[in-house]
Design a protein around this ligand. Structure first.
Ligand SMILES: *Cc1c(COP(=O)(O)O)cnc(C)c1O
Length: 418
């Protein structure tokens, strides 16, 4: 299947580069690179955006992804996750059309797999043999799984704050990994910039790598197929913002192709301890600035308090779409984790943040109860077990294995429920 991607264009100076150059940031001015597609040609050719044929992964949207030869595709079946309607939180809020895009079901337990399947495959295709990423935990697991499977030489720098399980998964997958210590996120973004500028090492950090977030466009494609229309609101937890931005780009492409008739309002969700987006939106600032303390939130995967490249993409996404920047507290997140679990979805705190934000937005009137909203559930609870314990504790009672105790228990429990 042919790809309609045609070039890399710099956000800053507008310079164009060939898609096949192994570059991260613009070699001319150092700004972010974005992939463009020849949508007019796609329309002219009458090409289909998606070809299903039994394959539910992101790879069925190849016309709208960067080109990769079949033999270089590294896939574990990422994408094609359920869009689950809400049976607890929606009714509680008086909302009929609330949905969860359940990416806890991805091969390594988080939505990062969409991006790493694409980015590792693409890197192989253009002849890159090695690369590194910084990770708050899930990106590292995903990069490890895909690079291992794809025989790609990978190095992961994982935040010291990541849960023990997330750290151990790197060792389990067998990737080169080190723990990254730092005092502020600005140090990380500066280090990554240095890596791109001075070391010439190919990176897989969102946005610095111009390919990873392309895979997040598949959220838009899948949701429109599953819902049969565009939702009014998309709520997405924001770390680097690759998920938010990629989803927005996907919807804009569908709009430009005439496949949907309107665009959703995009809401970026952050912990209140580090909500630089809300600070910028509320104050009318065109660029984001570091804000708050990354060590203070339970939402590890979205604890970054310094925007990449001043957050210009994310701020424009929120403003252009008419959406919002929302921030949530740990206690709101823990409550959302419990409510979401009552729907059957056990998510890590960073993912439940989108649900906590929705609840706030319905209460404030930013989301009306007759509108359709999709919360993206980005990762499983299983990789942050201490948060599960904090949200829910454990059963308090125990019994001994005998009929008498069972009988007494059953009588008590089911009597209680009447
Ligand atoms: C990485 C991550 C995020 C944030 O995604 P970005 O694309 O960096 O904004 C949100 N939730 C989970 C579970 C993550 O692993």
């Amino acid at each position: 299947m042919k790809s309609y991607a045609d070039s890399l264009v710099c956000d800053g100076c507008g310079k164009e580069y060939s898609l096949r150059e192994p570059i991260n940031l613009c070699p001319h001015c150092g700004d972010l690179l974005e992939i463009t597609y020849d949508l007019a040609a796609l329309k002219r050719d009458g090409a289909k955006v998606a070809v299903a044929g039994g394959n539910r992964s992101i790879w069925r949207y190849r016309p709208l992804l960067p080109p990769v030869e079949e033999k270089n595709i590294v896939t574990l079946g990422e994408g094609g996750t359920p869009l689950t309607n809400s049976v607890v939180i929606g009714p509680m809020l008086g909302m009929e059309h609330l949905y969860f895009k359940n990416d806890t079901l991805m091969p390594t337990g988080s939505f990062k797999d969409r991006g790493f399947s694409l980015a590792v495959s693409f890197a192989k295709d253009i002849g890159v043999r090695r690369g590194f990423t910084y990770s708050s935990g899930n990106a590292g697991a995903s990069f490890s799984a895909y690079s291992g499977r794809g025989r790609f030489d990978a190095l992961v720098l994982i935040e010291y704050q990541a849960s023990d399980v997330k750290k151990s998964m790197l060792t389990l997958y067998g990737v080169n990994a080190v723990i990254l210590n730092f005092e502020s996120f600005s140090q990380i973004t500066e280090m990554l910039d240095y890596g791109a500028r001075e070391l010439g090492l190919y990176q897989f950090v969102n946005f610095i790598n111009p390919v990873r977030h392309e895979a997040m466009k598949t959220y838009a494609y899948e949701i429109v197929e599953q819902l049969g229309r565009t939702p009014d609101h998309m709520l997405h937890p924001v770390g680097t913002g690759g998920g938010l931005w990629g989803t927005w780009k996907g919807f804009r492409e569908l709009y430009e192709l005439g496949l949907v008739d309107h665009l959703p309002k995009m809401t970026g969700v952050q912990p209140q301890e580090v909500c630089w987006m809300k600070q910028a939106i509320d104050s009318g600032a065109l660029i984001g600035s570091p804000y708050g303390d990354s060590t203070k939130t339970i939402a590890q995967s979205i604890s970054g308090n310094a925007p990449l490249k001043e957050g210009r993409r994310l701020l424009s996404c929120v403003r252009e779409s008419g959406g919002a920047a929302e921030c949530v507290s740990d206690s709101e997140i823990l409550e959302a984790m419990r409510l979401l679990a009552h729907e059957g979805i056990a998510a890590e705190p960073s993912s439940a943040a989108s649900v906590a934000a929705l609840i706030k937005q319905v209460k404030s009137g930013a989301v009306r109860t007759d509108e359709t909203a999709v919360c993206v559930i980005t990762g499983t609870s299983l990789k942050q077990p201490s948060a599960v314990q904090r949200a829910a504790g454990q059963p308090e009672e125990s019994i001994n294995a005998n009929g008498k105790e069972l009988k007494a228990l059953v009588e008590r429990v089911f009597a209680k429920e009447k």
